[in-house]
Design a protein around this ligand. Sequence first.
Ligand code: GTP
Ligand code: MG
Length: 137
Amino acid sequence: TERTLVLIKPDGVARNLTGAILARIEAKGYSLVELKKVDATRELLEQHYEEHVGKPFYEPLVEFMLSGPVVAAIFEGHRVIEGFRSLAGTTDPTTAAPGTIRGDFGRDWGLKVQQNLVHGSDSTESADREIKIWFQG
Ligand code: GTP
Ligand code: MG
């Protein structure tokens, strides 16, 4: 069955939302396969965010992801990749729909990068690649 990589970003961990976020994913019906708290490194993030290298928000994004621990999880279930992204909501937390993780728990703090609580893989190729980076790196 399909798997996705979920990250609870440093803002989610710092605000003690880890349990609430994991509970929503489980409540939707997806199964937790792996879970760990990680201090990311610049090298790991460069691999994870390779598609964004060179964009204006890349460096602030990496600094943000290095600002505190993240929680990495693998969730499993039929169509979990699109299911989790739907649950997470759109990238900008200010306008993410209420009822989503970003819409309910997030906002714009006026910082250089969108602090939007979670990451989820966007395709089966990304999921395979990202799971290797975070769990078999
Ligand atoms: P992820 O699940 O974290 O990958 O989010 P996403 O797929 O909704 O966004 P994307 O992969 O395009 O960008 C990765 C992260 O960079 C986002 O989650 C934001 O934290 C940040 N980001 C993306 N686009 C912008 C932008 O236009 N401005 C700013 N300030 N930050 C951005
Ligand atoms: Mg993305």
